[in-house]
Design a protein around this ligand. Structure first.
Ligand code: ADP
Length: 216
């Protein structure tokens, strides 16, 4: 299986390197009766896609990796940073009614709750808000702080975490998304600033992008 469609010349180059590597760009060009400059884009594609590796003063050699190995490697390397969304937060003193309005207006399924210093204190899901509005009490008089899932029981992640690990956590914990946080030390205590959001939708987008990406 090839993860990128190689053209005829790229397939030929790959074969030359497989049979003769390490081999320099000049030598490959000679064998094909082409100039080094003509070959440069093909060599760049083959190297970037992971089929070939290049060592200075040695030349190109075949990595021996199959298309599916390269695809797996690429998926494993995806980080949260590239697929995140903007987080939507409410203050812990906001009412359940306000939170419901925010959820509709911002069109998100999860809200993050912050305190007056803007540090993460809780999470609100659609069902948390539905449950709270099923009771007899007026939703305008219930603060979100009493119905939210609170710290330290919040699963968080960082910008450089791997998307695959996050997907695993969402499955295992049966939740829809995670706040992306930055740790800050305040007087010896660790606090969390909310800097982003990663959800099942983001991960689905990553999956589609890889599938439709022509280069890989
Ligand atoms: P829903 O409740 O609408 O199905 P989720 O599956 O995301 O949405 O949430 C399930 C429960 O887990 C809710 O009570 C919610 O507060 C909590 N929750 C959601 N995200 C997190 C998280 N990142 N860490 C801890 N708890 C969470």
């Amino acid at each position: 299986m090839r993860i990128i469609e190689l053209n005829k010349r790229q397939e030929t180059i790959l074969q030359i390197v497989k049979d003769n590597g390490p081999i320099t760009g000049e030598q490959i060009a000679e064998r094909l009766s082409l100039t080094r400059a003509t070959l440069r884009p093909d060599l760049a594609i083959l190297t970037m896609a992971g089929y070939l590796d290049a060592r200075p003063r040695v030349g190109y050699f075949f990595t021996g990796k199959t298309g599916s190995q390269l695809l797996t490697e690429r998926i494993k390397k995806l980080t949260v940073k590239a697929y995140q969304s903007i987080p939507v937060v409410v203050n812990e003193s906001a009412s359940v009614y306000d939170a419901i309005c925010t959820m509709f207006l911002e069109d998100v399924g999860t809200l993050f709750v912050v305190n007056s210093e803007s540090y993460l204190v809780g999470v609100l899901s659609r069902k948390d808000l539905l449950r709270a509005s099923m009771g007899k009490q007026d939703t305008e008089s219930i603060p979100v702080s009493i119905i939210m899932t609170r710290m330290p029981n919040i699963t968080t992640c960082k910008l450089d975490d791997y998307v695959v690990d996050i997907a695993n956590q969402l499955i295992n914990k049966q939740i829809d998304g995670l706040p992306i946080v930055k740790e800050v030390n305040v007087g010896g205590e660790t606090k969390y600033e909310v800097v982003g959001r990663i959800t099942k939708t983001n991960i689905t987008k990553a999956f589609v992008q890889i599938a439709l990406d022509e280069f890989y």
